[in-house]
Design a protein around this ligand. Structure first.
Ligand code: PLP
Length: 375
């Protein structure tokens, strides 16, 4: 079913990628498990599917769904990193220059350093400054906004314009925002990359990633790279993501409601400093976020006195699970310095889930009791 442009987010999510109704057929067809499919010896080349590395009906349904939400042609991958790695390997050649956020997802910097050592890399903090020299002779600019874990925001429209003027393509890691929070292709970017392991699938039970592009030739090149590279998602995972995607609007709404309630108490709490959530009225990212985002989601960050204070907080809370990743049904929190992010030892990324706001706030306040004021 095609998406009507006037539909609201809830309707778009519930109906995204679904086939036209057929009596006797399911609303969302189940996963198709096949390595080879039956061929048609009489009409070679007319089969919709031939072999499971090349295509699968469930991938196409999910790609239709995410493509509708992102506003482009979507390709799914077995993880966010598989999507990013395929993008970089497809677009970049030895001695090319890649611009990366210095404060973005750590595994991307690790990938570039260890596996793509033939690239020239310029790292820029998401909040800038972004001098013109950054774009000079660059082939690709990868933005991540809001950045993970610092939740800084950069201006996609402005940076895309400047990157294009310098001849570079722009990819935006849209994991934190999701296609309901921000549509980078409409803001001028060429590529959306995302980890759907997080809010888009939303149930903390699988990994998946995707790329969405506007250009048909680039879509073909990326599809070919996936086919020959072999980094393909499983049919069961893509079906689960399609099922979970239907509630994205509901989940994000509750997560943002919880994030607003939690941020409001944390910012006045004596044991907490440096609360960051783009939805806070005085957050440094509020203005650029409001200009390009339609909602702020459930990921926030704050700093406690030290690593010991974070241990105290996580072991006393009953509702905040100590877990990395974010965007799931359950509230989780993670001390980011343990993964090597350049943040203070007491820096916490907290992802609000779909619990009731009052329960969550009460639990978080009691878990912070007895903690000293951070320096
Ligand atoms: C998690 C994450 C990734 C990597 O995704 P995986 O699905 O874990 O491979 C990339 N970018 C951001 C911003 C992420 O949060």
């Amino acid at each position: 079913m095609s998406t009507d442009r006037d539909w609201g987010d809830g309707t778009r999510c519930v109906h995204a990628g679904l086939p036209a109704p057929v009596p006797g057929a399911p609303l969302l067809p189940g996963p198709v498990f096949a390595a080879p499919f039956h061929l048609d010896p009489e009409h070679e080349g007319t089969e919709p599917d031939t072999y499971g590395r090349t295509g699968n009906p469930g991938w196409r349904a999910l790609e239709r769904a995410i493509g509708e939400l992102d506003g482009g042609t979507c390709l799914v991958f077995p993880s966010g990193m598989a999507a990013i790695a395929t993008l970089l390997r497809t677009l970049l050649r030895p001695e090319d220059t890649l611009v990366l956020p210095s404060d973005g997802y750590y595994a991307v910097r690790d990938l570039v350093r260890t596996e793509l050592g033939w690239l020239h890399v310029r790292e820029v903090p998401t909040a800038g400054p972004w001098p013109d020299t950054v774009f000079d002779r660059a082939q690709l600019v990868l933005l991540e906004t809001p950045s993970n874990p610092g939740l800084d925001v950069c201006d996609i429209r402005e940076l895309s314009r400047r990157a294009h003027a310098a001849g570079a393509l722009v990819a935006v890691d849209n994991t934190t925002a999701t296609p309901l929070g921000q549509r980078p292709l409409l803001l001028g970017a060429d590529v959306v990359v995302a980890s759907d392991t997080k809010a888009l699938s939303g149930h903390s039970d699988l990994l998946l990633g995707h790329l969405t592009v506007r250009d048909a030739d680039l879509a073909d090149a990326l599809r070919h790279a996936r086919t020959v590279g072999g980094a393909i998602p499983g049919p069961f995972e893509t079906w689960l993501v399609h099922r979970g995607l239907a509630t994205l609007d509901l989940r994000l709404t509750r997560q943002a409601e919880n994030a607003a309630a939690v941020a409001a108490v944390l910012r006045h709490h004596p044991a907490v400093r440096a609360v960051r959530w783009p939805g806070l009225p005085d957050d440094p990212a509020r203005e650029p976020a409001t200009a390009q985002m339609t909602r702020f989601g459930g990921v926030l960050a704050f700093t406690l006195a030290d690593a010991e204070a974070v241990r105290h907080f996580l072991s006393r809370s009953r509702l905040v699970a100590a877990a990395t990743s974010f965007g799931g049904l359950h509230t989780t929190a993670d001390r980011r310095a343990r993964w090597g992010d350049a943040v203070p030892p007491g820096f916490v990324r907290l992802s609000t889930g779909c619990e009731d706001p009052d329960d969550l706030v009460t639990d978080i306040c009691q878990a912070l009791e007895g903690l000293g004021r951070p320096k």
